[in-house]
Design a protein around this ligand. Structure first.
Ligand SMILES: [Mn+2]
Length: 363
């Protein structure tokens, strides 16, 4: 298992590569050009500059996240062929610089949603992202965007690019009659176009689950459960059609058994990478992003790491959103301190599982 850390680039991240390098056990970053709009080509010189800097810090960049899919691709119309072409050019460009996995998502309109980006945890005074379905019911898509923007402390939020959101109203209208089945048809068209390029370049496409994994504002959802993940693999069984298991995203639906999802997909060689974080349910469709420890949240992180060890031990993982602690000023969810604690905790679980197995084997 390779431990990595999300990195937004030197102009956008409060965390430096030197700091990431000092987190014991972290060997790479999951990279991201946060200024690129959905559908735009990631140019070679931009990728080179970004990855050279990472390599110069003694870190790897084999996984790139959030190469965002233009809405026309998801809607199955407009300029989708152009945007698919751009996506494939980006994949080819990334492959040239050693990237092995590209994470994307297929969520209509909103990449992810929370109703509070800095909810105070009364237990210890830390704050973290929070979701309450009842609070969302009182908001419109436009008002949630305004609320998120206000709460972002001036940082860009992944998947919330201003260019995309300025067209929010028109985009929502286009989705009015789009069903889950329509979404899957567009998805198949996208995979059929892109996976041959992935086979040729050796790059895996890893879909990130929908967050939250249920419909918001009546929008269709295609990536919320094991059954849906397996349906996506069935759309095109090329080995490069892979999954990024995000435990906190899938875990926001209590019916999702995360260790089981990892085992099932891991056994089929479909897990390319994982985002590891915990959440704590505080009601039905109400959850707080908690510290990574099993005892602080609703997910059993030991069972999750064990499932990785047993079925897909070679994957890249990273701690996902952390809480904001120790008065850090950082992008919501992406401070240094709590994510570094999360990385250490996950590596500790892994070592214990690995050594436990070895000593059992000798006994
Ligand atoms: Mn994630």
């Amino acid at each position: 298992m390779k431990m990595t850390f999300r990195y937004f680039g030197k102009n956008s991240d409060t965390v430096t590569l030197a700091q990431i390098k000092q987190i014991a056990g972290v060997t790479g970053v999951m990279g991201f050009l946060d200024y690129k709009a959905a559908g735009e080509v990631w140019q070679k010189r931009e990728i080179k500059a970004y990855i050279d800097e990472i390599n110069a810090a003694g870190l790897e960049c084999e996984v790139i996240e959030s190469v965002n899919i233009h809405e026309d691709i998801k809607l199955g119309g407009g300029n989708r062929d152009l945007y698919i072409e751009n996506f494939m050019t980006t994949v080819r460009n990334l492959a040239e610089f050693g990237v092995k996995t590209v994470i994307y998502n297929f969520m209509p309109v909103f990449d992810w949603l929370r109703t509070d980006l800095a909810a105070i945890n009364p237990e210890d005074g830390s704050n973290s992202l929070f979701y309450d379905d009842a609070a969302l019911a009182g908001l419109t898509p436009v008002s949630i965007v305004e609320k998120m923007k206000e709460a972002s402390l001036g940082f860009s939020l992944p998947g919330w690019e201003p260019a995309r959101l300025s067209e929010l109203k028109q985009t929502l209208l286009k989705y009015e009659n789009i069903t889950e089945n329509d979404l899957l048809k567009s998805y198949k068209y996208f995979l059929n176009a892109c996976l041959p390029v992935c086979a040729e370049t050796g790059v895996c496409l890893a879909v990130h689950p929908d967050d939250p994994p249920f419909s918001v504002f009546g929008l269709p959802r295609a990536v919320c459960s094991l059954a849906q993940l397996e349906a996506i693999i069935a759309l095109n069984p090329a080995p490069q059609n892979q999954i990024c298991v995000c435990t906190g995203s899938l875990g926001a639906e209590p019916k999702n058994d995360i260790p089981e999802i990892i085992r099932r997909l891991g056994a089929q060689n479909r897990v390319a990478c994982a985002h590891l974080r915990n959440i704590k349910f505080e009601g039905e469709r109400v959850f707080r992003e908690s510290a990574h420890l099993s005892q602080k949240g609703s997910l059993d992180m030991y069972e999750i790491v064990k499932a990785i060890y047993e079925t897909c031990p070679g994957i890249s993982v990273r701690p996902d959103h952390g809480r904001t602690i120790w008065n850090e000023t950082a992008r919501p969810g992406y401070g240094l301190y709590d994510r570094a604690l999360g990385a250490s905790y996950i590596l500790g679980l892994y070592e214990a599982i690995q050594k436990g197995r070895k000593s059992n084997a000798c006994a």
